[in-house]
Design a protein around this ligand. Sequence first.
Ligand code: GDP
Ligand code: MN
Length: 399
Amino acid sequence: MNLHEYQGKELLKKYGVTVQEGIVIEDTAEVESAYKKLQEETGTEFTVVKAQIHAGGRGKGGGVKLAKNIQELKEHSGNILGMMLKTPQTPGGMDGEGKLVRKILIAEDVYAPDFDANEEIYISILNDRAKKRNVIIYSTEGGMDIETVAEETPEKVFKEFVDPELGLLPFQSRKVAFNLGLSGTAFKGMVKFISKLYTAFTSTDASLFEINPCLKTGDDRILAVDCKVTIDDNALFRHKDIAELRDVHEEDPTEVEAKRYGLSYVKLDGNVGCMVNGAGLAMATMDMIKLYGGEPANFLDVGGTADAERVEQAFRIILQDPNVKAILINIFGGIVRCDRVAKGVVQAASNINIEVPLIVRLQGTNADIAKKIIDESGLKVESAILLKDAADAVSKAIH
Ligand code: GDP
Ligand code: MN
């Protein structure tokens, strides 16, 4: 689950990470009071209006604006709140339709007027699966596209791996500060920043923290100016407070609906709807579809039970996608018997109007009985025992 910048900053603050302060609002009527409050708390004269959407590169799209006084602040707030913000990361990129800005963060200006006095640093923490360790990736080249930095000047991107048994050791935080070329107050500030950030990362079961930029201010403070926070969905059950931060506006509505029914659904760009039990089998099924010249329209794991009701909900979810030209059901009957699943499929298929070709492959306990049930159902369904036959049938159906 992704958090908004303002939510991420609140979370970091709880762990003692220093951040650029701000107040989030949803209505331009709140601008003036937010401004006063922020001034009292931080003494800031200038402010920055920051669009709160789940996408980076907001600055490039006009979603981050500096205001030198209350008039400018009101003007920028009015322009940004409610706008369709296009950034390189919103769907369709700068040519897409953008994302509706429902909230803005009014933040203190933390940059020194002499822009050269500011140092924009890049810091992220994530899991390196190959190394089986968390890694801190950092660079002096913050504020810009880190992918470009990594490509053009890879020597400027550092990595610090953390032993899961030992955790982040003090010498490692010092190494980060040293490699970033910091000294004095800023050095000490960075050592603290990194160690607190790492604690926040592990304590919240995060899968990604990206602080870009992390700023060394003109007066040597270290602050998170921007943050992207992703929390591992599978750990949300033990972080109820974080789970409540979910913003469904930012998620695909069909995916949200699927979650309500306990279905694990991810929309993709192809035209073959898939209904599968088990994530591994779902991945294998998608591979087979591709191998036979199709493109999966979705990933859908119906889970272990695959009863009639679930299958029916899964059909409804898949059919919401107008690109779907055929549906492939691939279910392995291990705990659940294939004949029960087949009855479920027949029942669900007769309850809803399915106009696209349906190919069903049931394998496992009672697979032959299941095939008979499907074949004799009178529904326009093709059944197969082998996955390659099913994938082949799908390919013929869409071409
Ligand atoms: P992103 O474009 O979505 O990554 O949004 P960021 O939060 O990273 O902000 C983009 C840029 O806005 C930063 O790289 C800074 O150059 C600028 N910016 C952010 N906060 C401030 C601030 O307090 N003062 C000034 N002058 N510029 C800021
Ligand atoms: Mn940024």
